[in-house]
Design a protein around this ligand. Structure first.
Ligand SMILES: [Zn+2]
Length: 648
């Protein structure tokens, strides 16, 4: 096999792992190095394979969209919004099919429907649904999306159907820097695909979830389950949720599951799709002039609505950062009443053109408080939101750092309350019964300021607090007492170093094994850890260079708070080893291999450094392997790894 063919195959495999399976096995850097090499070979040979990944970039803008007649009509689905309508559909099906018909249940995504055509095993073209009979050719645009294969094993003519969407997290990221934020996720997806400039498509990073086969030239018609399996087998990205329902009860249960599940999805959905599974039953039921009779979209409430902004309050967080929170006219959104929504910072207010008195579009978000996407309409009494110059809580003049405003006063009341609340939280010191309102009470009445003050509280101090009876006092004090021996990682998380979440805290605990060692950690030691980036590494160093922080840590030690370092498994084969994984393993996902290394005493690093003692190199290992060779680090392959862990 030529090097060019080999590179094309490897890059396609990596793209499949990254974009379709969501399980990357190499870093972006390794991918880029191979990609650059392929581009060079293509330039030299003058040949670009039909399935080359270099074809999947945004090309030159096109003049106009070319119309395309679909091989088979792309039907839309009949919709039901009430249980009665859904029940009527199920009854119609059972009349034709008799009892025991199987159904399938899937999410209905709110994006733009696209149709991909393959011939002789090669991707040929992508089109929009259009009116179902005639669509538009969007091949250049869809080529920039990587959630489908360029080559498949099926050799007949094939048309598959999918929904192009933009994930909410991707949209959020895009909007953080975009001159013109994209308000609506559905319009953003449609606008990305139906854009004459494929570079715009690429920039907005849409994704496609494939869910059906629209045309198959050879072979029997497939059931929905077979179509789903076909898509998976050929390397198309499908959404993980796919249910076979063997009764009407199971259909209703699946719809419930979808309605709950959609609230935490990173993609906009507007319903559930219920289809008859069996191809013969489908044929017997046929089509109306608009819809298949054997499928139904059950629509949920909208995930985006408009409402009016009635005011803005600026909240002070534990780092002193001010976050504007919009007060809204109450509105129903995805099954809940919404009264407030976040705006990230003052710049965000300006970019989104949000004013008090204006109507705004809000969207359900993965977090508890929804996000304002932008203003839709201003009224005569709309007025600008003022940028505060002093802290609304303590009156201290604010600092402006980048896009954010900060209250620099460490004694600022809401800052302390948020810090204490975070410290006592479930994932931190886990002080049961301690809430933000407890924090405010203790700050206002008992002069509590620091974490260590909590441990000096006595029962008689708390007696005069409103709502504190003997039992409650007892519970709180024993919960505080119990928190004196936290796991080290929980403690590191609890003290609230900027940017250190639970995962990063665990890395720090594993690597440094104690607060004294962590205090002395250098930037280079920190950045080498898997979940610590440049900014966070600097935050950690800055935190332990601060006299006030160090005094508070001493005070905590004095009152008896002694974090327990997690005992690294003793005698494991990787004890004392700093391990880097690179390339793909045949029998383990990267995360699985990491867990095994850690369970046998090793510490995983993201990059090869002078501290690295061992590199586990799988197939197609790239630059990390080269660096390890240069540094003379011990390198093992998968077979050796399996031997070490006792598999062989
Ligand atoms: Zn303040």
């Amino acid at each position: 096999m030529s090097r060019q063919r080999e590179l094309t195959d490897i890059l396609n495999k990596w793209a499949y792992e990254y974009y379709v399976l969501d399980a990357p096995t190499v870093s972006d850097k390794e991918y880029d190095a191979f990609y650059d090499e392929l581009k060079k070979l293509e330039a030299e040979s003058g040949e670009v394979y039909p399935d080359s990944p270099t074809r999947r970039v945004g090309g030159e803008p096109i003049k106009a969209f070319v119309q395309y007649n679909h091989i088979a009509r792309l039907y839309s689905l009949d919709k039901s919004v009430t249980c009665e309508e859904l029940q009527a559909f199920l009854t119609r099906v059972s009349k034709v099919a008799g009892g025991g018909t199987e159904y399938t249940a899937e999410y209905k995504f709110d994006g733009l429907t696209v149709c991909l055509t393959y011939e002789n095993g090669e991707f040929l073209r992508a089109t929009t649904r259009g009116n179902g009979v005639v669509g538009e050719d969007v091949t250049a645009q869809v080529l920039t999306i990587k959630s489908y294969p360029m080559r498949i094993s099926y050799k007949g003519t094939l048309e598959v159907r999918g929904e192009a969407v933009i994930r909410l997290s991707v949209l959020k990221k895009y909007n953080e820097t975009a001159a013109e934020p994209l308000k609506n996720a559905r319009n953003a997806a449609a606008g990305a695909i139906r854009n004459l400039d494929p570079r715009v498509t690429a920039e907005r990073r849409p994704d496609i979830y494939f869910y059906d086969i629209n045309y198959l030239s050879d072979g029997e018609p497939l059931s929905q389950e077979q179509a789903h399996d076909f898509l998976v087998k050929e390397g198309f990205k499908v959404f993980p949720y796919f249910r076979i329902c063997r009764s009407e009860e199971e259909v209703l249960a699946a719809i419930d599951e979808i309605e709950v599940g959609r609230k935490t999805l990173d993609v906009l959905t507007d319903g559930a799709v219920i289809k008859v599974n069996d191809a013969a039953v489908r044929e017997a039921m046929g089509y109306t002039d608009k819809f298949p009779r054997w499928a139904m979209a059950y629509k949920f409430e909208a995930e985006e609505v408009t409402t009016k902004v009635v005011g803005v309050v600026w909240q002070v967080g534990r780092t002193g950062k001010l976050t504007p929170l919009a007060q809204l006219e109450p509105v129903e959104l995805a099954g809940a009443t919404v009264r407030k929504a976040t705006l990230n910072n003052y710049g965000d207010i300006l970019r989104k053109d949000v004013k008090i008195g204006s109507r705004v579009l809000i969207r359900r978000s993965n977090e508890v408080i929804p996000e304002i996407l932008g203003a839709t309409e201003h009224t005569d009494d709309s007025r600008e939101i003022e940028k505060p110059t002093v802290c609304p809580a303590c009156g201290t003049p604010l600092n402006e750092v980048g896009a954010h405003l900060f209250c620099p006063n460490r004694g600022c009341r809401p800052r302390i309350a948020a810090k204490l609340d975070h410290y006592a939280g479930k994932n931190a010191m886990d002080i049961e019964g301690f809430s933000e309102s407890t924090a405010y009470l203790l700050i206002d009445k008992k002069n509590v300021r620091a974490f260590s003050d909590l441990y000096r509280l006595k029962a008689e101090d708390l007696k005069d607090l409103e709502g504190f009876k003997a039992k409650k006092i007892n519970n709180l004090l024993s919960a505080i007492e119990k928190s004196k021996t936290p796991e080290l990682d929980a403690f590191i998380y609890a003290i609230g170093i900027d940017g250190i979440g639970r995962v990063a805290a665990r890395d720090l605990a594993k690597r440094f094994k104690g607060m004294e060692e962590l205090k002395k950690a250098a930037y280079d030691d920190l950045i080498a850890l898997e979940n610590i980036g440049d900014i966070t590494a600097n935050n950690v160093v800055a935190y332990f260079a601060d006299g006030e922080n160090l005094r508070e840590l001493d005070a905590l030690a004095e009152v008896g708070v002694t974090p327990r370092a997690e005992e690294a498994p003793k005698g494991g084969v990787f004890e004392g080893e700093s391990v880097v994984l690179t390339g793909s393993l045949a029998h383990y996902k990267r995360s699985e291999a990491q867990k095994i290394v850690e369970s046998l005493g090793g510490v995983c690093q993201s990059a090869v450094t002078a501290k690295t003692t061992l590199v586990l190199a799988g197939e197609d290992a790239g630059s990390k392997l080269e660096k390890a060779q240069k540094l003379g680090v011990r390198i093992i392959d998968e077979a050796e790894f399996e031997r070490l862990i006792g598999k062989n």
